[in-house]
Design a protein around this ligand. Structure first.
Ligand code: EPZ
Length: 420
């Protein structure tokens, strides 16, 4: 297993380009299954999860080619198989996103039941109940979700009892080809859901209320192909901004959007950062200062994102003062705390809240990545630590950060990858 070796002490300085969003690229690739013509998806990040989704589409018979502009051309008209097999789903839970579109388009889908993961149990009951409300017959058999709708799906009114990004995406895609009108209530408002909805609209779907808690979808008979450019990755943006703030440095990010990061930027300003937003760039300058600890609570968009919680916990670990970080989305997403304490942090856990009292310096240590964002927090901690940190199991980080060591090297960090 590859490892990252990081020498602490560098102050981030420089400019990088932000990649396309993993979490909107994944549902958008799944949405291509709905089209009756080839689609071109641009600005996809080169990440393991995207490769897994492409492998899944390919194993269903979908034609995949990468064109000269590095856009992925997806031809769903050659689909032959309605199954998402265990081998692929077990490596990536987001494979569940093919359930809605496959069922809506072909009347049947067999998708391996995704299990829990390091950050929580992560059930898919809302996805299944929503599809059932649209007339699907669903049974779980041999570890597979077997969904059938031989006469097509029917529009329905469905209120989600919890805000779920994935369920909103699956139901949005299913409803796009259903017969009649679907109203999704208590829908997720995350920018990735909006990006998917905008792609569906570009394919000919009739959707209103995009970005609100109530989405109305009027099913159409067919969706056509289109070229769609995936939005920038707001969590990658946020992670580099926090890295710059934690190290007292300054950074300029290109290919960004600030409107999807309001809560994150607000917390960075509270920590003492000067943030400047231009059309496609965000700049942050910490002017060499140590950050002030901030308190936050994760919640569905537009509130503070769970995917940025671990990075702020790492920044608080060396900040001035004490911050309380509460995780309200996933039951086990403060796992990075134990590794940060091994690096000399002063963090105590009280239920789903981490109480972090900043220390002057962390100390480099061998640490283990346990999930994607927890790994990012360890890399940030390593940059502000004294001496060398070895981060093991970095396959987690490769799922969500394109070229992380190249980008950090460009920003002046002493980081290298060693094959394990
Ligand atoms: C998406 O996961 C993201 N993944 C996650 O990103 C992100 O942390 C999460 O949304 C929350 O923002 C992708 O987009 C691929 P949810 P998703 O359904 O859709 C519960 C990252 O680091 N729930 O919004 O799986 C669930 O257990 C990651 O990039 C049910 O109870 O998350 C959780 O507590 C990891 N039943 C809450 O809802 C369901 O049927 C929110 O989960 C579905 C969800």
């Amino acid at each position: 297993m590859d490892k990252l070796i990081i020498q602490g002490g560098a102050r981030i300085r420089g400019e990088i380009r932000i990649s396309g969003s993993k979490n909107s690229g994944l549902p958008i690739l799944a949405a291509t299954l709905l089209a009756s013509e080839p689609m071109n998806i641009c600005n996809l990040p080169h990440l393991n999860d995207i490769t897994t989704m492409l492998a899944l589409l390919r194993c269903m018979g979908v034609g995949i080619t990468i064109n000269e502009k590095m856009c992925v051309e997806v031809d769903p008209t050659t689909l032959t198989d309605y199954e998402a097999p265990y081998e692929l789903v077990k490596t990536m839970r987001a494979s569940i996103l093919v359930l809605g579109p496959t069922l809506a388009k072909f009347g049947k889908a067999d998708v391996s039941f995704p299990g829990g993961c390091a950050i929580g149990s992560r059930p898919v009951d809302i996805h299944l109940r929503g599809l059932e409300a649209m007339g699907a017959e669903i049974e779980v058999d041999g570890g597979y979700i077997r969904a059938r709708a031989p006469n097509g799906l029917k529009g329905a009114r469905f209120a989600m009892d919890k805000v779920s990004v994935g369920a909103t995406e699956n139901l949005l895609m299913a409803a796009a080809l259903a017969d009649g009108v679907t109203i999704l209530e208590n829908a997720a408002r995350e920018p990735e859901v909006v990006d998917l909805a905008e792609c569906l609209v570009a394919m000919g779907a009739k959707i209103s209320g995009i970005g609100s808690g109530t989405i109305r979808i009027e099913g159409v008979k067919e969706l056509h192909g289109c070229t769609y450019t995936v939005m920038p990755d707001r969590i990658e943006i946020g992670t580099y901004l926090v890295a710059a703030a934690a190290t007292g440095g300054s950074i300029k990010l290109r290919g960004t959007r600030a409107d999807i990061l309001t809560s994150v930027i607000q917390k960075l300003e509270e920590a003492g950062a000067e943030v400047e937003v231009c059309e496609n760039t965000i700049s942050l300058d910490m002017k060499g200062k140590r950050p002030k600890a901030v308190s936050l609570r994760t919640a569905p968009y537009p509130a503070f994102p769970t995917d940025m919680q671990a990075q702020f916990t790492a920044m608080n670990a060396i900040a001035e003062g004490t911050g309380a970080v509460t995780e309200s989305i996933f039951e086990n997403r403060l796992i990075q705390v134990h590794e940060l304490n091994r690096m000399g942090a002063n963090i105590t856990l009280e239920g789903n809240t981490a109480l972090i009292t900043g220390v002057e310096k962390l100390k480099g240590a061998p640490v283990m990545a346990s999930d994607l964002r927890a790994s990012a927090s360890l890399v940030i901690a390593a940059m502000v630590a004294e001496g060398e940190t070895v981060v093991d199991r970095i396959y987690h980080i490769d799922r969500g950060y394109e070229c992380i060591e190249e980008k950090l090297q460009q920003l002046g960090v002493d980081i290298r990858r060693v094959p394990g």
